[in-house]
Ligand binder design. Structure first.
Ligand SMILES: NC(=O)c1ccc[n+]([C@@H]2O[C@H](COP(=O)([O-])OP(=O)(O)OC[C@H]3O[C@@H](n4cnc5c(N)ncnc54)[C@H](OP(=O)(O)O)[C@@H]3O)[C@@H](O)[C@H]2O)c1
Length: 295
């Protein structure tokens, strides 16, 4: 279903919301709904959204800090579970599309290897449990859910940006070696969203990440440093100190260990395979270095 549409996008100060709103602005009329004016901690916000005129709601806004979710489970439930469910109901009643974002952290993390959408769920944190309830609420109303993971991109610094900054500063680099996923480049994600909207949103869960094999944060850091060396920014590769997930001092909330997703179903829906994560990560590092060196 192509053509210019009125698309409301939440969470537009965040990584995913910024990327998607920017991309869709090229082909649709975008109504940005940042938290400053549209806070889902307040249930009345959904009622105010019902007064807006839109054809499609894209909803990446969420309480994404695992630690904040553990500290305030009531807030996490309102923002991550109740708001998306009520927004999806609103969309169904008015005949608008709803595209919601969820997470690989709804999976239990016990199975290494690539997981498709039929993999059993079993969240181990408040964040994961409330996001799963949000998914279920949206699906029950006929919405579409994109599960994303380890998102990186130009909108907001993420793990790869920290590795670049530490390598340039000559600081020690440590990275978790015993937890795996498949990363997602926000710029690519925004393109998949545009394609899904053009083709008509399916009423299902899609694993939305780049292609390629499961990787740890240590493996991602190795690719980042290799790209820096290939571009002549580093003379030699710095050592990376391997860390165990249980050793990271600021991770108070439990995290699932193995949540690598396969984007095969997404590839079928958009008619092309997402490029492998190392290619996307190298492109991001290249852009990052160019923007840092041009400052
Ligand atoms: N980033 C990842 O690696 C990752 C991984 C798995 C799943 N996801 C999912 O992907 C989606 C987008 O995440 P992201 O990477 O864009 O996260 P992010 O960068 O943390 O952005 C979250 C967005 O939600 C907004 N928000 C937070 N609390 C809110 C509230 N009470 N009311 C309204 N808006 C609120 C934030 O606003 P402020 O900026 O004002 O706080 C921000 O715009 C989320 O559903 C998340 O669960 C992300």
């Amino acid at each position: 279903m192509s053509g210019r549409r009125r698309v409301a996008v939440t969470g537009t100060s965040g990584r995913v919301g910024r990327a998607v709103a920017g991309r869709l602005a090229g082909c649709h009329e975008v109504i940005e709904l940042p938290r400053a004016a549209w806070d889902f901690a307040d249930p009345a916000t959904v009622d105010r959204i019902s007064e807006l005129d839109f054809d499609l709601l894209v909803h990446p806004a969420a309480l994404t800090s695992l630690e904040l979710c553990e500290d305030d489970p009531d807030l996490a439930r309102r923002v991550n579970a109740e708001a998306p469910s009520r927004l999806a109901e609103l969309c169904r009643v008015r005949g608008a599309g709803m595209l919601h974002f969820s997470t690989d952290y709804v999976l239990d993390g016990s199975r290494p290897g690539l997981l498709d959408e039929s993999a059993p769920v079993g969240p181990v944190s408040v964040y994961g449990r409330t996001k799963l309830d949000g998914e279920r609420g949206v699906l029950a109303q006929g919405g579409c859910v994109l599960r994303v993971a380890w998102v990186f991109g130009p909108e907001r610094p993420a793990f790869p940006d920290q590795v670049v900054a530490k390598a340039l500063a000559g600081d020690p680099i440590s990275a978790v070696a015993d937890k795996t996923s498949v990363p997602c480049f926000s710029t690519d994600l925004a393109g998949w969203v545009e394609d899904l909207i053009d083709r008509g949103l399916p009423h299902e869960v899609l694993h939305a990440c780049n292609g390629g094999e499961p990787v740890s944060w240590l493996g991602m850091a190795e690719v980042v440093l290799d790209e820096m060396r290939a571009r002549g920014v580093l003379d030699e590769l710095p050592a990376i100190l391997p860390q165990q997930l249980d050793e990271v001092p600021f991770f108070r909330a439990p995290r699932p260990r193995h949540t690598a997703m396969s984007p095969a179903r997404l590839a079928g829906r958009i008619g092309r395979a997402p490029r492998p994560w190392p290619e996307a990560l190298r492109a991001h590092v290249g852009h990052l270095l160019e923007s840092r060196l041009c400052r």
